[in-house]
Design a protein around this ligand. Structure first.
Ligand SMILES: N[C@@H](CCC(=O)N[C@@H](CSC=O)C(=O)NCC(=O)O)C(=O)O
Length: 282
């Protein structure tokens, strides 16, 4: 079934096009925006692979597209980029009761909420894994070959979604991911509200737990700045390293001296990530 999408803006960049769209989401029960970069080599005769980018807390589709500096190398490698929003939006979509930045709007945590009042709209896992790729593949000159990456909350999303769907993605990468959300304040706040008090159920969205119990057949690249203010309390890359050691050696964790949590860090290493993904998207 084809879903209608409406273009909001487009701009030529490095020979390709950045385009922003809006569409009604059946899964999220609201209108959503997403953005794509389509390289100039893409056509119906030459469908290109797709790099999905999941952004972090407070972001929309715009943060990565405007700040990461990814288009020159994506054009060179012939890779499309898709950047969704980070939560459902719009009238009727509930937000954090105190308007906090780390829950509700802009903070969907890429999971399927089970608790009221969140469960009606906050189904970001199904949106990213099913609805959005179906829509993208129906409307753009792209193949079904894809990989997934993200930052912070989006790094958590990329890791958990990639680990759980190895048949759908070719590679996973992350910048400064929340690796062990069941064991950090951001994750505990979000999971207790979206998923309820049974912490056994939280494990299904924790990359350390998933790696330990399922392993991972996909290659994983993680970059983490050692001057990141969220490092010790929220991100815990060593927990991911420990979990990976127990199952297989597919994780490359690079601690990057002096870098913080910002898009300046992402901008500094996004070319490495795109080239890493390109190896597996061939
Ligand atoms: N207190 C800050 C926190 C928001 C923040 O740092 N957001 C990061 C992602 S954090 C983890 O998911 C981000 O990417 N921000 C957008 C950007 O363009 O930098 C605040 O409210 O600003």
């Amino acid at each position: 079934m084809s879903i209608d999408i409406e273009m909001v803006s487009q701009a030529k960049v490095f020979g390709g096009f950045h385009k922003q769209y809006t569409h009604p989401s059946k899964v999220l029960q609201c209108d959503m925006k997403f953005a794509v970069f389509i390289p100039s080599s893409a056509s119906t005769d030459n469908p290109v692979p797709v790099f999905y980018w999941l952004s972090g807390l407070t972001c929309t589709d715009e943060n990565f597209m405007q700040k990461a500096g990814a288009f020159r190398v994506a054009e060179e490698l012939g890779i499309a980029i898709v950047a969704p929003d980070t939560s459902p939006r719009g009238e009727g979509v509930p937000d954090d009761p105190d308007g906090a930045y780390d829950f509700g709007l802009g903070a969907g945590f890429y999971l399927n909420a089970t608790q009221e009042p969140w469960s009606k709209h906050y189904q970001m896992y199904d949106y990213i894994v099913q609805e959005l790729p179906e829509l993208v593949e129906a409307h753009f000159p792209v193949s079904t070959v894809k990989s997934i990456s993200g930052h912070s909350m989006g790094g958590h999303g990329a890791l958990t979604i990639g680990i759980k769907n190895p048949e759908q993605y070719r590679a996973i990468s992350a910048f400064s991911p929340i690796t062990n959300p069941t064991n950090c304040p951001w994750g505990q706040k979000a999971f207790s509200r979206y998923l309820g008090s049974d912490q056994e159920l939280w494990k299904d969205y924790d990359s350390c737990e998933l790696l330990t119990t399922r392993g991972c057949t996909l290659p994983i690249l993680v970059d983490q700045g050692d001057s990141d203010g969220f490092l010790e309390e929220q991100l815990k890359p060593q927990a991911l390293e420990q979990a990976a050691k127990q199952v297989d050696p597919s994780l490359t964790l690079r601690m990057q001296p002096g870098y913080d949590h910002s898009y300046f860090f992402i901008q500094s290493f996004i070319d490495d990530h795109l080239r890493f993904h390109a190896e597996y998207l061939k």
